[in-house]
Write a protein that binds this ligand. Structure first.
Ligand SMILES: [Fe+2]
Length: 285
């Protein structure tokens, strides 16, 4: 008999060594299908991660990172972002997805329905079903989002923070991330959904991983070298469970706003200055 379990993954961000480890960890649960709520891209081994998920016949959708990459690649050559170091991380990610993968990704949706015969259908989205950039939090906008969804089960991602909520006879789950899980130091999280005969039951699983393998992936792929200080900040985020990449970006933007309060972009000289003056030591273990 086919297992009635589903494995739920989100925000892998090309973190291949951790993806391998998580898939291995889930073998014992024999999931019948793997659902992936987007952001497979945005890190060191994007193509390999996509291929691996395809090998597992995963049901995957796009997230905001796939959209970021499409937008970056589609912008005109004269766009100022092409010259800005602020976008070096995105530039590297955009230029390190194969044409084949890119073509496949461009055909994927940002939300979808997954259903199995005799079981409640599941709505999957990266953020909100109508916007992969919407951050969903149980304390704020989840109720409103659930009201707009017909299905009784909703799976999302994007915040890198795992949770399970039962609300108004609906089940919602964010499996967290295989990259920088916020509040979880060098630990990946994924979800399991199990059909109990009447409804889906959810669980979050934690998988501690070897951080040195992630560093190795950042180095050997070239992302650490070409992604600039953001790559360094992302690595520190993965190690610490703190959102250091956002802290660094906010810091650089605040520096740019000193001389130009409405600055849309961080000029290269300020981005470099921010890398030099940011308190990196504060976050090293
Ligand atoms: Fe995301």
């Amino acid at each position: 008999m086919e297992s009635s379990r589903l494995m739920v993954l989100s925000d892998i961000h090309g973190n291949l060594p951790v993806l391998k480890q998580v898939l291995k960890d889930a073998e014992k649960y024999k999931p019948a299908y793997i659902l992936v709520t987007g952001d497979i891209c945005g890190g060191p081994n994007q193509d390999e991660s996509i291929r691996m998920l395809q090998d597992y016949k995963a049901h995957y959708i796009n997230g905001n990172w796939e959209q970021n990459i499409f937008k970056y690649l589609d912008q005109p050559t004269e766009d100022p972002r092409n010259q800005l170091h602020q976008y070096d991380y995105l530039k590297w990610c955009s230029q390190n997805v194969s044409t084949k993968s890119l073509k496949q990704l461009r055909n994927r949706p940002y939300q979808s329905l997954f259903s199995l015969p005799g079981k409640d259908p599941i709505r999957i989205a990266h953020g909100a079903p109508d916007n992969p950039f919407t951050l969903i939090y149980p304390e704020t906008n989840l109720t409103e989002i659930l009201e707009k969804i017909e299905e009784t089960v909703f799976v999302c991602g994007h915040t890198h923070s795992p949770w399970i909520v039962n609300r108004n006879e609906k089940l919602a789950i964010n499996p967290g991330s295989l990259f920088n899980t916020i509040t979880h130091k060098s630990e990946a999280t994924y979800g399991l959904l199990e059909w109990d005969g009447k409804q889906w039951q959810a669980e979050i699983k934690k998988v501690p991983f070897d951080f040195s393998q992630v560093v190795q992936a950042f180095e050997s792929s070239g992302l650490l070298k070409y992604g600039g200080p953001l790559a360094k900040a992302v690595l520190l985020s993965i190690q610490s469970g703190l959102n250091i990449s956002q802290t660094f970006v906010d810091y650089a933007v605040s520096m740019a706003k000193v001389s130009s309060p409405n600055a849309e972009f961080v000029p290269n000289a300020i981005w470099e200055e921010a890398e030099k003056s940011f308190d990196w030591k504060k976050y090293y273990n």
